[in-house]
Ligand binder design. Structure first.
Ligand code: HEC
Length: 215
């Protein structure tokens, strides 16, 4: 085949392939979005929210106490709006704690459970969902539709923010990736998965609010 013609044919072929791939990607993205919309409306996390509420209100542990007096930063027993104001500084521990850490702290101090025992089953796995994960879901649910308002007044809160920012940009691991390698541009994806741009509020909000913090 004459070179010019070959090149032209190749260009057409590549162009049509690209278009097909773009169409496939677009519909995959739309399908994922539909799935997310359904999850949003009819989220199985609500079951965990209900379980978490029950756990919060039921006496348990060696001290036979509920978590109702747990101070999530807004005073003992105040759950509404607490999640969007965490991680925050807690004077009683002189630490910045996120929701999960604080709930575990309350399970230890109020209910008399052992930290080491809770740490044996830190997150959902084949053994099931541990109580603290359901309680985080319940607590997060009590801040539904509220704006994130993580406090930055205490020096330790500002320090924690800076450390998080550094970790986000820190390259490590076998591929020498940082979080921002994958999460700092719009419209990026791996195979069919859209990668959220976590450096912009829109991307971060969508992801942050899609599930409780169980890490
Ligand atoms: C090699 C690329 C890569 C790196 C590096 C990476 N991620 Fe991701 N991340 C992904 C992919 C792929 C998804 C899934 C996107 C989806 O399902 O929509 C994802 C999803 C997420 C989500 C959304 C989870 C959800 O349930 O919607 C968050 C939050 C996130 N990553 C944070 C991070 C953080 C923090 C780091 C650094 C510690 C990091 N990622 C590093 C590829 C990466």
């Amino acid at each position: 085949m004459e070179t010019r013609l070959f090149r032209a044919a190749l260009a057409v072929a590549v162009a049509s392939l690209t278009t097909t791939a773009a169409v496939a990607q677009k519909s995959a993205t739309e399908e994922f979005q539909k799935f997310r919309d359904v999850m949003e409306e009819d989220n199985p996390a609500e079951l965990f929210e209900a379980k978490g509420e029950e756990y919060w209100k039921t006496k348990a542990g060696p001290k036979n106490a509920s978590l109702e007096q747990c101070d999530l930063g807004l005073g003992p027993g105040v759950v509404k709006g607490a999640y969007v104001q965490m991680p925050r500084y807690f004077a009683d521990t002189d630490q910045v704690m996120d929701a999960e850490r604080r709930i575990v702290y309350c399970m230890v101090t109020l209910q008399g459970l052992k930290f080491e025992d809770i740490a044996k089953h830190p997150f959902s796995n084949e053994q099931g969902t541990p109580p603290q994960a359901s309680v985080v879901t319940y607590v997060a649910g009590q801040s539904r539709n509220m704006k994130m308002a993580v406090p930055q007044t205490h020096p330790k809160e500002r320090e924690t923010y800076q450390i998080g920012k550094e970790i986000f940009g820190f390259r490590a691991g076998p591929y020498d990736f940082s979080c921002s390698t994958c999460h700092s541009a719009d419209g990026r994806r791996i195979r069919m998965q859209d990668l959220p741009n976590l450096t912009k509020p829109e991307g971060a909000i969508k992801r942050f609010s899609a599930g409780p913090d169980t890490g």
